[in-house]
Design a protein around this ligand. Structure first.
Ligand code: 9YT
Length: 133
């Protein structure tokens, strides 16, 4: 059994920060669960383009408010506590928030731990055109 607390992750290699977010990656590939499990904060006033080409991901909002656009359909969804979205088709998407968001994220296959942006397929919006075809 694995029992782990958020504060044990803080300041370790499993706490990863990027321009628009920071993430405590609580379970990783090395834990052998078949998925990774993250507690992620999306910073206030941000807009993040993401495209996980190699992973499926479920995201469950527990704090804050935002807006998700599915770039494959153009559909926009409100994100608030109790909303889950599942990227079951490697959809390109944009997440916007004024308040900031706290999200519980599950990835399959699991992340190794240190992926950010390019390695993971998550790019800032300004790079979208260049890198996401
Ligand atoms: C909301 C979202 O897609 N988060 C992705 C996971 C997080 N950025 C991480 O741990 O890489």
């Amino acid at each position: 059994m694995i029992v782990r607390k958020l504060e044990e992750i803080t300041g370790t290699d499993s706490e990863i920060s990027a321009e628009n977010w920071s993430s405590h990656r609580i379970l990783l590939k090395k834990d052998g669960m078949g998925f990774s499990f993250h507690d992620t904060k999306i910073f206030p006033g941000t807009e993040t383009f993401m495209w996980y080409r190699h992973h499926v991901e479920a995201v469950y909002c527990i704090e804050g408010k935002g807006e998700l656009v599915d770039l494959t359909t153009g559909e926009t969804y409100t994100i608030e506590p109790g909303t889950l979205y599942a990227l079951n088709g490697n959809e390109k998407h944009v997440l916007r928030t004024q308040t900031g968001l706290r999200m519980i994220c599950v990835f399959n296959p699991p992340l190794n731990g240190n992926e950010v942006h390019n390695e993971e397929g998550a790019y800032p919006l300004e790079d979208a055109t260049e890198k996401s075809q």
